[in-house]
Design a protein around this ligand. Sequence first.
Ligand SMILES: [Zn+2]
Length: 123
Amino acid sequence: MSELKLCQGTRCHQYHTKDRLKGVKGSKTFQTRRRSAFYYGGGNFCSLNCQNDWFNDFGDRAIDHFGRLTEPKHLNENNAWQKTYDWDSDHNLVYVYLNTITKEQRPLTREQYRDDNYILNTS
Ligand SMILES: [Zn+2]
């Protein structure tokens, strides 16, 4: 049996839904949702509501902890590379690194496309 995760929403247990009502008959309580997988907030929240609840309670502190922007970032030719994909004339999926400013494309393998740590040497 796979391990169940708890929704990290700070008020998940306060939503009155049938699936949250758990326990022995006569002493049931609304409880934080438990699932094998969640689809919001990087797999941490059962719903957008719960994700928003968490952010409303902790978002400011999280931003301060990881570094609040104090001046705008600028998109330029050096940091405009994005992984993307397209279909070639034979309807094959092709992966590319696209410079969204210059429109230059460089080929990627499927493994490089899926590897979050893979960074193109653009120099
Ligand atoms: Zn939740």
